[in-house]
Design a protein around this ligand. Structure first.
Ligand code: FAD
Length: 424
């Protein structure tokens, strides 16, 4: 008999909770990854950098495992079908993995667990993606928090020592005739220019994070989003580092968990406003204006620079994400779901809970959102955070003479009117 460890969004061999539990289980462990066609078939771009990133992370895992006489088995297909094959091919005792809190993932895991049970195989999942999950942090009346500040206070109170898991490499199953992992082409994707680098916690950035994080030209944030998304870095190690170096950065990691638990407790937010009343806002949804926003042609330099950074790199600085999202929902009165979907297609660090939570925050319809009447003024934001136009010039080189799509004062009044009418 063997055990299987199923990698998903935890693509690392160090400090991996589910993997270490599997390795300590007493049976040899066969590591498996499934390129899930249910997810991949929905990606529009065959040169999606995120798929290439995952692939490179898996290649590294596979190479490392080979040095321990083992390897990584990769498959392409629907996980249910793959497990139907695996239970025939191997005598499996338990399938180990780490928990995922997205509604689709929860459904998938339930189906896989049922299938395994029918075949007398156990399914054992662990907390790894977060420090606190599900009902770990609740209000005194046992309901989930929907406001960040008290949530983060309780989160910090609950935090005790952080356990780091040691990987026992001697317990991986020996694979005799080792085949390489599937190639990108085998799963219908192409190589891109993205280069996987081992994520590292940069002391220089994190020590002065609080001072500089809001100035997009300084690019003074960690860019660990993609590593946290796919688990190539351990959140436990990040939190340990944050505790030693920066409370402000720790708070960002708590925001991540806050939105994850919101998605877990309120899965309807995937398609709906957290505050239901906001469904009544009559969005204008002008398609030409949406296109101009996507292409960075709104005539507002800071908005356009941000969208071009996103289109060219798959990243956008947080401050500018807030400005562009506010502009779309308030100035143009375009449904936040359109913007959310656009970001989802482009962001390398795209994460359903964080993207949805932040978009709803920007639109005013989310939990703990700023009141709707606080509308970002792009010019004021530029004065505060990019006064020398360093960031703007970087992304809008050369002549820039777009006429503003809409005048700020007018757009502001229109947004206030529209929101007020819908909400009262
Ligand atoms: P750092 O500033 O170094 O922060 C460290 C980590 O903390 C981030 O990598 C991320 O995991 C987490 N974090 C930081 N801020 C937030 C936040 N506000 N909410 C949740 N987690 C946070 N973040 C995503 O990870 N995925 C998304 O799809 C995403 N979409 C966003 C959409 C909008 C409209 C806005 C306003 C913000 C969005 N964010 C998203 C949050 C934030 O902008 C990014 O996490 C951050 O810019 C990533 O850069 P970094 O890795 O350098 O982060």
């Amino acid at each position: 008999k063997i055990n299987i460890f199923w990698f998903r969004r935890d693509l690392r061999l160090d400090d991996n909770a589910g993997l270490c539990h599997a390795l300590d289980s007493g049976l040899k462990v066969l590591p498996v990854f499934i390129f899930d066609t249910g997810i991949l078939d929905h990606l529009e771009d065959r040169s999606d950098k995120r798929v290439d990133y995952i692939h490179q992370a898996l290649e590294n895992i596979s190479k490392e495992l080979q040095t321990h006489n083992s390897g990584l088995k990769t498959y392409r297909g629907n996980p249910l079908d793959i497990f139907k094959r695996l239970v025939k091919e191997f005598e499996i005792d338990t399938v180990f993995c780490n928990r995922d809190y997205e509604p689709q993932a929860i459904k998938r895991d339930r189906e896989v667990a049922d299938l395994l049970e029918k075949n007398n195989v156990k399914f054992s999942d662990f907390k790894d993606q977060v420090i606190f999950e599900k009902n770990d942090i609740l209000k005194s009346d046992q309901s989930p928090y929907t406001v960040f500040t008290p949530y983060s206070k309780k989160w910090k109170e609950h935090l005790k020592t952080i356990e780091i898991y040691e990987t026992d490499f001697s317990n991986f199953a020996a694979i005799k005739s080792y085949e390489d992992i599937l190639k990108l082409e085998d799963i219908g994707f192409k190589k891109t220019e993205i280069k996987f680098t081992e994520p590292s916690l940069d002391k220089k950035i994190i020590d002065s994070y609080q001072q500089y994080r809001d100035f997009p030209a300084m690019d003074h944030t960690t860019h660990l989003g993609i590593a946290l998304r796919f688990g190539t870095v351990s959140v436990r190690k990040c939190v340990k580092f944050a505790l030693e170096h920066s409370e402000t950065w720790l708070n960002e990691l708590i925001w991540r968990e806050f939105f994850m638990q919101i998605l877990f407790h309120f899965p309807y937010i995937v398609n709906h406003c957290f505050k239901k009343k906001y469904e009544e806002i009559p969005w204008r949804n002008n398609e030409d204006e949406f296109k101009a926003w996507c292409e960075g042609k709104t005539g507002y330099p800071i908005v356009d620079a941000g969208m071009r950074e996103l289109n060219e790199t798959g990243f956008m600085h947080n401050r500018v994400r807030m400005i562009t999202a506010s502009f779309l929902t308030k100035h143009l009165l375009i449904d936040w779901r359109w913007g959310e979907a656009y970001f989802a297609g482009k962001l390398l660090d795209y994460d359903l809970s964080a993207n949805n939570g932040n978009w709803q925050w920007a639109a005013g319809c989310g939990c703990d959102a700023a009141p709707y009447f606080r509308i970002f003024n792009p010019e004021e934001q530029t004065k505060k955070f990019d006064k020398d136009w360093k960031y703007i010039r970087k992304w809008l080189p050369g002549n820039y003479d777009h006429k503003p799509l809409v005048e700020h004062k007018y757009a502001r009044e229109r947004a206030l009117e529209t929101y007020k009418r819908a909400l009262t």
